[in-house]
Write a protein that binds this ligand. Sequence first.
Ligand code: SF4
Length: 397
Amino acid sequence: MTEPFSLYLHIPFCTAKCGYCDFNSYAGQDHLIPNYSDALVQEARLWRKATQGRAVATVFFGGGTPSLMPIDEFASIMAGVRGAFDVAPDAEISLEANPGSLDEVYLRGLLELGVNRLSIGVQSFHNDELSDLDRIHSSADAGAAFEAARAAGFRNVSLDLIFGLPDQPLERWQHSVEEALRLDPEHISLYALTVEAGTPLARSVARGRTPAPVPDAQADQYEWTVERLCSTDFEHYEISNWAKEGFRCLHNLTYWQCRDYLGLGAGAHSYLDGVRFATAALPDRYVALVNESSEAAGQATEGGAGDTPMRQVVTGETMTPELEISDTLILGLRLTQGVSLTAFEERFGVGVMDAAGDAVRASIDDGLAEIADGHVRLTARGRMLGNEVFERLLPEG
Ligand code: SF4
């Protein structure tokens, strides 16, 4: 296989854990950072042989809070990544960052290491909402982080916001969107607050201390936002994502187009050569298992998948055609352009209507999907009720 792939690196450290967050992230574990950085580099080396001959088209540092990592740790991780993989000269290299952990000197350091896209987790431009979300930064910090990114030289910046907070009036959400637009980023990601099982937010909602998000209010906010951003030069290219021309997130497109990616780090997921797998979630266990793999491989630099134990990989599943078809449709329908009927047939040797005719027809009948311009895609209503379509497309059993 010579097709390029994408590389994800998970940085699981956070200063404090936000009440709504169920990501694989941990507060109070910063002492692990040096060993964790080493493990990432070792893991990259372990994968070198298995990915030889394939370029890395995008690199994404996600978390957690990647911007908590000291710049010298990033330097050694980037050197390790470049040593192990053939990173394309024009690769998109993104980093998720939180306001409050960014200054211009640090940001210049990132740029020098090749990071060329920054995704800032703003979430809200209201201090009381930020505090309700347990975010440790202020609205002013978000603006300052954005200005610092510009001053450092970042020309591709995305802002993340969360809507549908408990009791959040439409006007307050509108203010956050307007503030984001005023900063004039290249990309905006907007997510509805969801109550994830096991989080402090879920417990607070269950005890009646926090009102649950109201789906109708979230739908109103989403509808207003779609209209507002469509009146600007942002293109709504994915259910939750808007970009100016030429600034779609290429890394995330890999996921939505169901193409290969390799995830390094604690709890990272991969989809490579027809196999879906994940690594150990706890950072210290991940580090220990990568060390074991490297030792077992003798010289990690000489190793590679196939003849190297990958002990950090703890779950795996070989994809069946049914699973791949389901993933391709569910992820592809998140994109405004939808799934190309021709590309689908070329990939699977069967047409969309032969592979998933019942689910597609039912969604068309409900006004949630359509076939147009050689694509199957969600309608505007379908983008708000996407889960109804996606559930129909899940493989049986
Ligand atoms: S900063 Fe992000 S990853 Fe960390 S706890 Fe908050 S939401 Fe989760």
